[in-house]
Design a protein. Structure first.
Length: 266
């Protein structure tokens, strides 16, 4: 009985989440069909879907999506490795913190896009500069969350571990890092969305491939249907990456979500 009620409730919640996007699509279709706005300004959604489907069948969307994902994954992976590693070192050593903290606070406020000319001068206009731009955008949420996670561990847990005879290595591997893991994973999840935003921006500014290029190239020819088709791909891509990040977060932090106020919900 209880399980059936819970399943029905969850289905109802999932259906409720579809109300707003479906409603927007219906309203958009009506406005476009009635020609309340010019077609070049707001094309008919069904026409956009047809154009998108044609771009998928031609291989155009899969090709550019694959290129964009490869760039995003490379920059994000580098940011995760360096960000977590440096964050742990800063939390471990006051000397390392004193060396790197001023640099982090000086560079962090700088807009990623303001640094694009410098990155192009240093790394050229190929994939390397684009990957480094994504790295810069994703690095700071990860390193700062790692530092905050380690430094935010309850001192009573540390004292309890030491009173039980834990050495420095055991303290880090069994207390500090597991306790900080929710914050670290949160920083990584935030960076998944940031990686897509940085990627699209740099592909629009200087690229001959990728989804960002696809959108800006269509805009240059006032092909609004292709512009919206590219935006839909970006939206689906960002949503899918976030859902994947949530699934990974739930798997890794199952012990945390079951004991938190969220009760395992994301």
């Amino acid at each position: 009985m209880g399980g059936g009620c819970t399943d029905s409730r969850m289905k109802q919640i999932n259906l409720d989440k579809l109300v707003s996007p479906v409603g927007i699509l219906v309203l958009w279709e009506i406005i476009a069909r009635l020609e309340w706005v010019p077609a070049w300004f707001l094309p008919v959604p069904s026409g956009v879907i047809q154009v998108l489907w044609g771009m998928i069948l031609s291989g155009e969307v899969p090709l550019h999506t694959g290129i964009s994902l490869a760039r995003a994954f490379a920059g994000y992976s580098m940011a995760a490795v360096v960000g977590i590693g440096l964050g742990l070192l800063i939390a471990w050593s006051k000397i390392i913190e004193n060396v790197f903290d001023p640099l982090i606070e000086l560079v962090r406020p700088l807009s990623t896009f303001a640094l694009i000319p410098i990155f192009f001068l240093w790394f050229g206009i190929g994939n390397t500069s684009k990957i480094m731009i994504i790295f810069k955008a994703c690095f700071f949420p990860i390193v700062l969350n790692t530092i905050s996670g380690i430094k935010g561990v309850d001192s009573k847990l540390i004292q309890a571990a030491r009173s039980l005879g834990a050495d420095e290595r055991q303290l880090w591997t069994r207390v500090l890092i597991p306790s900080a893991l929710p914050m670290i994973i949160t920083g990584m999840r935030i960076s998944t969305a940031i990686s897509i935003m940085a990627l699209v921006g740099v592909e629009m500014l200087a690229s001959d491939s990728g989804i960002g290029f696809l959108v800006i190239d269509a805009q240059r020819t006032f092909d609004t249907e292709r512009v919206f088709a590219g935006i839909i791909v970006l939206s689906i891509l960002g949503f899918s990456l976030d859902r994947i990040a949530r699934i990974v977060q739930n798997r890794i932090l199952s012990w945390h979500t079951q004991t938190s106020l969220g009760g395992g919900r994301v």
